[in-house]
Write a protein that binds this ligand. Structure first.
Ligand SMILES: O=C(O)CCC(=O)C(=O)O
Length: 245
């Protein structure tokens, strides 16, 4: 396929200058999300190509998380006989890296990782999102899904450093994948469980999703595996982090 020569910085500025009326609201109980296909295909293609060249993902131990398994043996009277704790390192099912202002850190499944310093292409995207949303972002987490097996499980972005008042701005490039939101009360055991239907959004190439507060406090999100997905997908979630001293 022939690559169209594009001045990406100007193209992103142009996308940012368009009124954000294209953003469509998706609502449910305590859920406030906005979605639009923001970038024209040629701009999204160029951005994806440049990110493929310039982003350097974590390697080695930084790609692993520790899962703790706790086994408690009780006798028939309910008295604890023994407790065993097993820890196992797992490779995360995708590639990942964080960039941000100096001193920014990212904690994921109990592991804290230093963000890399901004690179020019990410500064351009960050500034575009600032113009669109009106919020300043000082951190971006990049997830790269190599194929349909790569995924991210149900979680909330609830690190204590996250600024709760700043929407998370999520830009998707490449293979379309489903973003699934589940209310926390729909995940718990009966009888307390509530029948709140999940919300599913197809995240397209060049699309922007804004997760406004208080969504992230009440709703878990995930990108499940999708067998039919063959291509690479890159997702950038821009966030505001307040460094706690
Ligand atoms: O890939 C996505 O769209 C979601 C990424 C995500 O859940 C996260 O960065 O917390």
């Amino acid at each position: 396929m022939k690559r169209v020569k594009i001045d990406l910085q100007s193209a992103l500025q142009l996308s940012a200058s368009k009124p954000s009326s294209g953003l469509k609201k998706v609502s449910s109980e305590n859920l406030d999300v906005e979605y639009t296909v923001l970038l024209p295909a040629a701009v999204a293609d160029e951005l994806m190509a440049q990110l493929q060249q310039s982003v350097e993902y974590y390697e080695g131990d930084l790609t692993k998380v520790l899962r703790i398994l706790l086994f408690v043996l009780v006798n028939y009277e309910g008295v604890i006989r023994s407790v065993k704790v097993f820890g196992k390192w797992h490779e995360i099912p995708r590639q990942q890296v964080a960039y941000g202002d100096e001193g920014m850190k990212y904690t994921f499944s109990g592991v804290t990782i230093k963000a890399k310093p901004w690179i020019p292409i990410l500064i351009d995207v960050r500034d575009m999102l600032h113009t669109i949303s009106g919020y300043q972002y000082n951190f971006v987490l990049i997830n790269r899904y190599r194929n349909g097996k790569d995924h991210i499980g149900e979680h909330r972005d609830d690190e204590k450093e996250m600024d709760k008042n700043t929407p998370i701005a999520s830009l998707s490039l490449g293979e379309k994948r489903t973003f699934v939101l589940k209310h926390r009360d729909a995940r718990i055991k009966r009888p307390s469980r509530r029948d709140i239907p999940p919300v599913k959004i197809e995240l397209e190439h060049g699309s922007l999703l804004l997760m406004n507060p208080p969504t992230n406090e009440y709703w878990y999100h995930s990108v499940p595996p999708r067998k039919s997905a063959k291509g690479v997908r890159i997702n950038l979630t821009f966030r505001k982090i307040n460094l706690l001293s």
